[in-house]
Design a protein around this ligand. Structure first.
Ligand code: SF4
Ligand code: FES
Length: 388
């Protein structure tokens, strides 16, 4: 997803751009702001930190463009402002232009999240004409050889930088998404420099989050504490140096934080995630939690799913919380952290996210953060039977 990269918070409505009109939120059920549309799991890259599920959905399972158009209209009626056209690599869909047009016609702000592979200059121009408002382009490193090795795709770096130039030439706002881990974290300054040179208005320093393929490669990707500390100082200096040129977004990586992130702004509060086959999830990783029942857009309107589907209701609000979250003054700020991470690390999806220093399992995080191993990446690949 997110061109086979971790999707973090739904990007905040971009200043002055988000939404094409939205009524005030009524009391009671929250309204979603963002829809992550995973158009496909197909992707030419093999990033070892991909947060797509290990069981990737094949081409035959994918929703058609008419269904996506209905989903976008239902999302807009529900109050969604932004759609993130993502994957896998969304450009693997031959009907991407039609899908982007449908999203724009539904009144949504359209963010294309891409690896850049599969997009020619002509195609990005057509996408801009169809209504894409913003492009989020991933880079794997500032150096071509390393970037291609991380992506598992020779020539990816050169193609990405060429596409970035075309995006900027068209006047489309560009965010560069730099996913950082042990192999490239020491080149954050060079990656920011590259993003600025490419003409991006924003660069997101996205520390790997350990779900999906990244969890499988955790020891190979995990930076050392010293690297994380150096990176924080580097980012602070870069923000001062580039303050008039480029916005630099970066947060402390989970395993090195004291408090957890309010994952996606809280479960079932701000965003929806639609898989290539049409299942609607509260977050991209929710299917790791056993026993949750996910409804599909093939069977239910989006509003009904948002309000009534068992998966969305499971951890909405605070009533499900255990101690220490249940009586913590921060419970409505971070919502107890990430449910998927809590499950993956403790086996209990209702537990306090162990990233929190108040969690009784917090000491286990420190041990994992200190566990590095130089082993080959296990690249994300679709099985040949999936119609990649
Ligand atoms: Fe957040 Fe729970 Fe930690 Fe309090 S105890 S800070 S609510 S995760
Ligand atoms: Fe955080 Fe699922 S990824 S709640």
């Amino acid at each position: 997803m997110v061109n086979a990269e971790p999707f973090r918070s739904p990007p905040a409505p971009l200043a002055g751009e988000g939404g094409r009109g939205r009524a005030a939120e009524p009391p009671g059920l929250p309204r979603p702001l963002g829809l992550l549309a995973e158009l496909t799991h197909r992707c030419p890259l093999g990033c070892p930190y991909c947060s797509n599920p290990l069981a990737l959905e094949g081409r035959d399972a994918e929703l058609d463009s008419a269904t996506w158009a209905r989903v976008f209209r239902e999302a807009a009626a529900l109050g969604v402002l932004q759609v993130h056209l993502s994957g896998g690599e969304p450009a693997a869909r031959h009907d991407l232009i039609e899908i982007a047009r449908a999203a724009r016609e539904a009144g949504l702000y359209v963010n294309l999240v891409t690896s850049g592979i599969g997009l020619t200059g002509e195609r990005i121009r057509a996408l801009a004409e169809a209504g894409v408002d913003h492009v989020q382009l991933s880079i794997q490193d500032s150096e071509a050889d390393s970037a291609d090795r991380i992506a598992g795709y020779r020539g990816a770096f050169r193609r990405k930088t060429a596409l970035a130039a075309e995006i900027v030439r068209l006047g489309l706002p560009l965010t560069v998404n730099a996913v950082v881990h042990r192999a490239n974290i020491d080149r954050i300054a060079a990656m920011v420099e590259l993003a600025a040179a490419l003409g991006a208005g924003r660069v997101e320093i996205a520390h790997v989050q350990y779900y999906g393929w990244a969890l499988r490669n955790r020891a190979a990707l995990m930076p050392t504490r010293e690297q994380v500390e150096r990176a924080a100082a580097t980012v602070a200096a870069l923000r001062a140096r580039y303050r008039r040129q480029i916005v630099i977004d970066s947060v402390v990586p989970d395993y090195h934080a004291r408090f957890p992130k309010p994952c996606l702004g809280g479960w079932g509060r701000r965003s929806l995630n639609v898989t290539p086959a049409g299942r609607v999830l509260p977050c991209h990783a929710a299917e790791v939690i056993p026993g949750l029942e996910f409804w599909s857009v093939r069977d239910h309107p989006l509003a009904e799913i948002w309000e009534h589907s068992p998966a969305f209701r499971a951890f909405r609000g605070t009533a499900w919380m255990q101690e220490p979250c249940a009586r913590c003054p921060r419970r409505e700020q971070d919502f107890g952290g990430c449910r998927c991470q809590a499950f993956l690390l403790t086996g209990d999806a209702a537990a306090t996210d162990p990233v929190c220093h108040l969690s009784p399992r917090h000491h286990e995080i420190a041990a994992l953060a200190a566990a590095q191993a130089d082993r080959p990446y296990r690249y994300r690949r679709m099985p040949a039977s999936a119609g990649a």
